[in-house]
Unconditional design. Structure first.
Ligand SMILES: [Zn+2]
Length: 418
């Protein structure tokens, strides 16, 4: 692979070079101008370590009509991702060794690497810790009750302590149910105007504050998922200044879309945590620029067409995100000078790989040949028919984006190409 710009965040390298792949592994990375002829000409393109999405919902077992591990992996490949970690809110819940094993078995047929995340509590009910040790031994890379916050502080404390012992991250979905009051949109002007029940920002921020304090108190490590508010950015920034072991993740929809779009009543805009205001987007972007956020993850959440054809109140929350992530990062962050490509790729490959402790995110001899080629200038329109995901619930359909993954290579094999 020659002619492209090598982007290697692990080595802080952004420049010319070539990659030699042998038997599914990277044999050599040449970081110099020397021109060789290769099988793949990547001229004008970025050659990156395969992207890692540490927050997706592949819906199997239980909701195969929305997405399967196989179709989800195809969507991941089409988005430039070579590894994805899937959340446990399936039916049955991934809260035991057998279900972890089932996911790992299914992952063998997937076109990208798929890693299971186990539930923190049995049935994700927040009452009793799940068998984390067993699940970890079976291959769970992290633990989370994603989809809902763990309401009980003592349970969360024990979970953090347990995960500390296992040296795996706790991923926290921050939301207090009693404060969210069954809301469906950001509490504020737009929600009142449209007659939608509001979710206050304090419902999210109070739990972020709790997780930070618990991480400090226990010496454990917590990864805060999908931060949506300016106040959340602030809390994490302060925690990091105190060297508390927290990392934070942001989703493309939270730095791109604000709640005033809800005037369309498009149920694809219903997500948890909800889309907030322009002010929050500004703070989130500032947080990304300042390094408050470690990871960009999609929270890819497929739902069938008729499920989203309900009133806003009743439609399930979530939008798909794997196939639009690179385009949104490029269009909204890199082209608007929030961050450069090196930082963007770091947040989408080496850092999530490091948090999950999985063999990814590195361009070095001996590493699996998981490589993503991005055309940063590719102009394209998001089209429903192009989605590889089994579901099409994206509010970005029809949007023009600049920048796209054009080739995805997993273990030396091309699994997606435009
Ligand atoms: Zn999620």
């Amino acid at each position: 692979m020659t002619g492209g710009t090598i982007v290697d965040p692990a080595d802080n390298y952004f420049g010319p070079g070539a990659i030699v792949v042998k038997k599914g592994k990277i044999a050599e990375v040449i970081k110099s101008k020397k021109k060789d002829k290769g099988d793949i000409d990547a001229s004008g393109k970025l050659v990156c370590p395969g992207l890692v999405d540490m927050h997706v919902h592949f819906r199997e077992p239980g909701y195969e009509y929305k997405e399967t591990i196989f179709t989800g992996s195809q969507a991941a490949a089409a988005g430039g991702f070579t590894s994805a970690a899937c959340m446990p809110n399936t039916e049955p819940t991934i809260d035991n060794q057998e279900t972890v094993k089932f996911v790992i078995q299914k992952a063998k047929e997937a076109v990208v690497n798929v890693y299971p995340i186990g539930a923190l509590t049995k049935g994700r009910l927040g009452k009793e810790l799940a068998e984390m040790d067993d699940m970890h031994r079976a291959g769970a890379v992290a633990f989370s009750d994603d989809g809902s916050g763990v309401q009980n502080g003592l349970i969360m404390r024990r979970a953090i302590e347990y995960c500390k012992m296992l040296s795996v991250p706790v991923i926290s979905h921050c939301e207090y149910n009693d404060l969210a009051e069954g809301g469906v949109a950001n509490e504020g002007y737009i929600a009142s105007k449209l007659g939608l029940r509001g979710i206050s920002r304090v419902a999210e921020e109070l739990m972020i504050a709790r997780e930070i304090m618990l991480a400090e108190y226990t010496g454990g490590f917590v990864h805060i998922a999908h931060v949506s508010t300016a106040g959340g950015v602030d809390l994490i920034k302060k925690a990091k200044k105190k060297n508390i072991m927290v990392t934070a993740e942001v989703c493309p929809h939270h730095f791109t879309l604000s709640d005033d779009l809800l005037e369309t009543y498009d149920t694809n805009l219903k997500v948890y945590p909800p889309l907030r205001t322009q002010k929050d987007i500004k703070a989130i972007k500032k947080g990304i620029a300042d390094g408050v956020f470690d990871v960009i993850a999609t929270d890819h959440a497929p739902h069938a067409y008729d499920e989203k054809q309900l009133e806003f109140d009743y439609a399930p929350p979530g939008m798909i995100g794997l196939e639009t992530a690179v385009g949104l990062v490029s269009t909204e962050l890199v082209r608007k000078n929030v961050i450069d490509w090196l930082t963007a790729i770091k947040m989408m490959s080496s850092t999530p790989a490091c948090i999950l402790n999985i063999p990814a995110g590195k361009l070095e001899a001996g590493a699996p040949a998981d490589i993503t080629i991005i055309d940063p200038e590719c102009e394209w329109n998001v089209a429903e028919d192009d989605f590889k995901s089994l579901s099409k619930n994206s509010p970005f359909i029809g949007r023009k984006l600049v920048g796209r993954a054009v080739r995805t290579i997993v273990g030396g094999k091309t699994v997606f190409e435009i």
